[in-house]
Design a protein around this ligand. Structure first.
Ligand SMILES: [Cu+2]
Ligand SMILES: [Zn+2]
Length: 165
């Protein structure tokens, strides 16, 4: 019986162990984009939550880009889509997609939109560089990702940027 309680205790500690990181989105390309982003890792699953304001109503592509550098006024410093597998751009879960191809966020008539996304293909700060999101960036685009145009999804300019530190 003692053994049973000990094992249960260890299990609870492992399951409840999680890492959360919070960030603020920077406005880019002469916009007033604002927002906050959190990444939480529980076990092998990373969950992304975004709350974004001051967008044009409609669909906006969201990607992880390969460089954690939002310094340029147009966020071009963040480089291209994070693509450690050298795959083609596409819709997450399709035959071909980049590790940063999160999809589209819908902004309402007030310019506010949220997005929640979970995957076991990322990690927060692990040793596997094909999974580690630290050192990359999140980009929010002016337009919609069409999931087919290579290598960008034809998503237009970069209206928000956030370094994943
Ligand atoms: Cu992008
Ligand atoms: Zn892509």
């Amino acid at each position: 019986m003692k053994k049973y309680f000990l094992l249960t205790g260890i299990f609870v500690v492992l399951v409840s162990c999680s890492t959360t990181k919070s960030y603020t989105v920077l406005p880019k390309s002469n916009t007033e984009t604002q927002g906050d982003v959190t990444f939480t890792q529980k076990g092998k699953t990373v969950t992304l939550k975004m709350n974004i304001n001051n967008l044009a109503p409609g669909e906006h592509a969201v990607h992880i880009h390969e460089k954690g550098d939002c310094s340029a006024a147009d966020a071009s410093s963040a480089g291209g889509h994070w693509n450690p597998a050298k795959d083609d751009h596409g819709k997450w879960g399709a035959e071909h997609f980049h590790m940063g191809d999160i999809g589209n966020l819908t902004a309402n008539a007030d310019g506010y939109g949220t997005l929640t996304f979970s995957t076991d293909k990322w990690c927060i700060g692990c040793d596997d560089e094909s999974k580690n999101i630290i050192g990359k960036s999140i980009i929010i685009h002016a337009g919609q990702d069409d999931f087919t145009t290579q290598p960008t999804g034809n998503a237009g300019g970069r209206v928000g940027c956030m370094e994943i530190k």
